[in-house]
Ligand binder design. Structure first.
Ligand SMILES: [Fe+2]
Length: 285
């Protein structure tokens, strides 16, 4: 065979590679910007907590995080979310921060869109870094409490159910607020299981060593927001969310679940990382 016939034309190779990339990038970018951000996935997981009361075996918590609501853009996923929540009948609904991106006026619009979500033990929210950067504490409290939801910023509350008492607290945003552990655990009794809502997950390393903590619920990372399929690799990492990107983690007696969230920051794209409603069923040991 002649070497002339085997030698590839560099221009043709470059053209074919460019066309190949376009063929992949075109549909992928449509998927990432138009389809996936409007998709709702439901993650159901059972967690066995060593100190969880036996009488509350089967307690179900819904976690919504990082809605970053863009009015007019995110309504499809919010409608799916509220419908699914009604069907799930959770005992408790938790919201773990980042309701806005920058515009504080989107907060009341989001609260109106979430109107009607309910759980037997209520709806409890804590702030995220974007909320604390762009909304005042008083606005956050007013909006949530005005809609009948609890807003916990360095505070705890007690849930009394089936003769048991649980302690649920919310820490201020590590990045955007003024977290105060002592205030957040004030009122906790040693015999109570603790569920902590903390927007940024990485503080789990400290909390599980220094505070009574059964379960920490966090978001912040968006699971990376765009991941490399098959490899499940997320190129983007965010401050205070570098150690625990997504999912379930356990250290000694404490557990952490990091949800990948429902909204987006930056370009409104998600890839291989769809919006997520988390439903956790807590089991006694
Ligand atoms: Fe976020």
């Amino acid at each position: 065979m002649s070497s002339q016939r085997n030698k590839a034309d560099p221009k043709r190779v470059t053209r074919r590679a460019a066309l190949g990339l376009l063929a992949i990038a075109g549909p992928s970018s449509i998927w990432a910007s138009v389809i996936e951000p409007n998709f709702l996935s439901v993650t159901r997981k059972e967690l066995t907590l060593p100190r969880w009361p036996k009488t509350l075996d089967g307690f179900r918590i819904a976690q919504l995080t990082d809605l970053h609501y863009r009015p007019g853009w995110d309504d499809t996923v919010i409608v799916k979310l509220t419908k699914t929540l009604k069907e799930e009948h959770p005992d408790l609904i938790t919201l773990t921060g980042d309701y806005v991106i920058e515009d504080p006026s989107s907060l009341p619009e989001l609260i109106r869109a979430l109107k009607g979500i309910s759980a037997t033990q209520g709806v409890i929210a804590c702030p995220g870094n974007h909320d604390r950067w762009h909304c005042s504490s008083s606005q956050l409290r007013k909006e949530f409490e005005g809609a009948g939801m609890a807003y916990l910023q360095n505070q705890g509350t007690h849930i009394h159910i089936k003769g048991e008492s649980l302690f649920v607290n919310g820490l201020d945003s590590i990045w955007g607020g003024r977290p105060h552990l002592q205030k957040a655990w004030q009122g906790h009794r040693n015999d109570q299981s603790v569920i902590s809502l903390v927007h940024e997950p990485d503080i789990f390393d400290e909390l599980h060593l220094t505070r009574p903590l059964d379960l920490q619920l966090s978001g912040h990372t968006h699971g990376g927001q765009c991941r490399v399929p098959l490899l499940n690799y997320a190129p983007a990492r965010v401050k205070y969310g570098r150690k625990f990107l997504y999912g379930h983690f356990q250290k000694e007696q404490s557990q952490l679940f990091v949800g990948r969230g429902l909204g987006t920051v930056g370009p409104r794209v998600r890839f291989a990382c769809p919006p997520e409603l988390v439903i956790l069923t807590l089991r006694a040991f």
